[in-house]
Design a protein around this ligand. Structure first.
Ligand code: NOJ
Length: 712
């Protein structure tokens, strides 16, 4: 392969080389469509994004492979964050299933559709750990925890890429956005980030390292700067760490116009300077701004870059094209034939399963759920029959329909009299429809209140300062709640919403996120009890936006939060605890962790520790329990978080059944980064907690001692 690449490289003009580094948005080509086609034929565009569909795509591939001088095939890129044609739950929701098998399966199912549409590279998985629900892109991420995000990274890379990039069922994928994009100031998209090197190393980078170890083909640096250095120009991370230390040999692709944006960041004077900074930092493909094709010739003349820098990037791009098998068959992924009915039905069934398994039962007092065959149901609220709103941020190739709550309920409860009244719109000031909604609610046996956000309130460039219900939805909800009827709230949202008044007054509340094409069926399955809710929060749910950032793995501080202690770390006007902790999620049955034991109780470096926890289903129905294993190192030379997630286990249990789940740790899992950010294991006591969430009062503790290591 490398000979072939070298021969090709030797025959390329500078223009053709830069063409390989030039990725253009086929939906919005800077020079218009004809110019884009001309450039493909001239070999000065190497890849396209935002295009799918056999016919369109094959026509452009033909231009590259038949008209361009060197006949180098194009890569086609697309964001497939949570589905292509069939939309799956948003990543933040799916993360809550805490199931790598599901994460892998939905990735595979997505690309079954995507690759037929000719796409050979997806800009997913999104691996930005996020602890700020104001940031719109929290919807796209796997939550607040680096350990979870790392497992998610591995599963998604396996799902998208399989073990061989050239196999027709696989495509290349992108770990994005490196790094710490989830920590943008005040949750404002594209804002600056200034986190410590320690936080980078402990929290924001591990998911990317996991993706690299899993063989991810490409990496996308994030839009943000880190302490003044835009990630697109951050050679220390991109080159030294990711390529140098982690051994990443793939392609770095810039985010959309991020190279030219180095000028606006204030680190480059012109396009030549911007292009040189990005290329030198390790960015191979320049997305959409033509900064490389326009800027690098001048940068070469000025001596800002050398031909060797360009060649290095071109080699990597050609290598990816070869590994994808595109030189052998540029049309290999494309299929004009529709999926077989069986295959399509399987994907739909998976989307339905994923939807049901992503719903978190936040509250269920008075046994409001599952529904007990009510005759008259009032389905109130603007999100009950909103087919487009179920999608969330990414749905470019989907048909404009999804199963709504109304549709799902009607299918699941054909006997029930379901009266739907929107009452208000999602946004907007008009509350003229509230009286009708109240009348419908008054006549019903139970009220289902369908409230939340539009699909456009999260995702890129959709940060919000207030994480509450928009429009007049609160007025609607309060008018209905005032009737004193049983009320089940069904929330549709891309972020946790601070609604303490609702959590206090509704009998039951479901967090249903954006569940995608099969949303309504998943929701109906949980409402009726056909699916016993099993998902958990992959992110801490604040009581109030003023608590942000609030997350489970914080440090103790010298004055730990204590409502009774005046001089302790807290807000005087807000609770210390979040509304719901990380990992929270109820079931229709009751589980208990009845025993936790770690063996051996004393370990030496290099040894393995086994932790067993017995789980019992003490309720009346079967269900799936998820238990988390957290570690705490109470005394170390660098203060450690109060809880560090180290494992997740699941058990499916019949009523009365008990099972033992097993976690294995080795002493490297006890390590932390010392004062010089080098891994270090220190002797002493470690606390291990096992339980259903990060709520300390619900965790069962045990301890182990590490002997024979350095002392703190
Ligand atoms: C900008 C987004 O930040 C990135 O996630 C996405 O992959 C690109 N646009 C391409 O759509």
């Amino acid at each position: 392969m490398s000979d072939r690449i070298e021969r090709l490289l030797a025959s390329m003009t500078l223009e053709e080389k830069l063409g390989q580094l030039n990725m253009i948005d086929a939906g919005m080509p800077p020079g218009g469509e004809d110019e884009m086609k001309r450039q493909i034929g001239a070999g000065t565009i190497g890849s396209l994004l935002n295009i799918h569909g056999a016919e369109k795509l094959n026509a452009l591939q033909r231009l590259a492979c038949e008209e361009s001088r060197l006949r180098i095939p194009l890569i086609f890129g697309l964001d497939v964050l949570h589905g292509h044609y069939t939309i799956f739950p948003i990543p933040l929701a799916e993360a809550g299933a805490f199931d790598p098998n599901l994460w892998e399966k939905t990735a595979r199912a997505s690309i079954e559709e995507t690759r037929r549409a000719g796409v050979t590279l997806t800009f997913a998985p999104m691996l930005d750990v996020c602890r700020d629900p104001r940031w719109g892109r929290i919807a796209e991420c796997p939550g607040e925890d680096a350990w979870v995000a790392s497992r998610y990274a591995e599963a998604k890379v396996r799902g998208f890429q399989g073990s061989d990039l050239s196999a027709p069922e696989n495509i290349a994928c992108t770990a994005k956005h490196l790094g710490a994009y989830g920590a943008v100031a005040a949750g404002r998209d594209y804002a600056s980030v200034d986190v410590s090197e320690r936080l980078m190393a402990e929290v924001y980078l591990p998911p990317f390292e996991a993706a690299v170890k899993a063989g991810v083909a490409t990496i996308m640096p994030s839009f943000n700067d880190l302490a003044g250095i835009p990630m697109t120009a951050h050679g220390r991370f991109l080159n030294d760490l990711v390529r140098g230390q982690w051994g990443f040999a793939g392609v770095m692709v810039s985010d959309y116009t991020a190279v030219a944006e180095l000028i606006a960041h204030g680190v480059a004077e012109d396009l030549a300077g911007a292009a040189a900074l990005a290329l030198k930092a390790g960015v191979d493909i320049d997305m959409q701004d033509e900064a490389y094709v326009r800027g690098l010739p001048a940068a070469l003349e000025r001596g800002l870059v050398a031909m060797a820098d360009i060649d290095r990037a071109v080699r990597r791009v050609l290598d990816l094209k070869m590994r994808l098998g595109l030189f052998d068959d540029p049309y290999r992924h494309v299929s004009a034939a529709p999926l077989s009915a069986d295959a399509a039905a399987e994907i739909t069934a998976l989307a339905r399963e994923a939807a049901a398994r992503s719903i978190v039962l936040l509250k269920n007092d008075k046994g409001g759920l599952p529904l007990k065959n009510p005759k008259r149901i009032a389905l109130i609220g603007p999100l009950a029959d909103a087919p487009l709103e179920m999608f969330g941020p990414w749905f470019a190739a989907a048909p404009l329909h999804s199963a709504t709550v109304l549709e799902g309920l009607r299918a699941a409860m054909p006997e029930a009299d379901i009266r739907h009244v929107p009452g208000v719109t999602i946004e907007g000031d008009d509350d003229g429809g509230i009286p009708d909604a109240v009348t419908a609610a008054r006549d019903a046996d139970i009220v289902l209140l369908s409230l939340g956000e539009t699909k456009d309130m999260t995702g890129e460039a959709h940060s919000r300062g207030r994480i509450e219900l928009p429009g007049r939805q609160r007025a609607l909800a309060e008018a209905v709640l005032a009737l004193g009827k049983p009320v089940v709230a069904i929330l549709t949202h891309g972020r946790p919403l601070a609604l303490p008044w609702l959590f206090e007054r509704a009998d039951a509340v479901l967090a249903t996120w954006f569940l995608g094409s099969e949303a309504g069926h998943g929701i109906a399955a949980v409402l009726t009890g056909a699916h016993n809710p099993s998902a958990r929060l992959a992110v801490t749910w604040p009581y109030d936006g003023g608590q942000i950032p609030i997350y489970h793995s914080h440090r103790s501080t010298g004055r730990p939060a204590n409502p009774e202690v005046y001089f302790s770390t807290r807000h005087t006007d807000l609770p210390i605890e979040p509304q719901f902790p990380f990992g929270h999620g109820l079931s229709y049955t009751r589980f208990a962790v009845t025993a936790v034991a770690a063996a051996p109780a004393e370990v030496a470096p290099g040894e393995t520790i086994t932790i067993e926890a017995e789980i019992e289903n003490q309720g009346e129905v079967a269900g799936e329990e998820t238990v988390f294993l957290f570690l705490r190192d109470p005394v170390a030379s660098v203060a450690r978080p109060v809880l560090e997630l180290k494992g997740v286990a699941k058990a499916v249990l019949k009523p009365g059944e008990r099972k033992v789940v097993r976690f294995t740790l080795n002493t490297d899992d006890l390590a932390f980064l010392d004062r010089d950010l080098k891994p270090r294991v220190e002797a002493g006591l470690f606390e291990i907690f096992v339980g259903p969430s990060a709520d300390r009062t619900r965790l069962t503790a045990t301890t182990i001692h590490l002997r024979g290591a350095a002392t703190p």
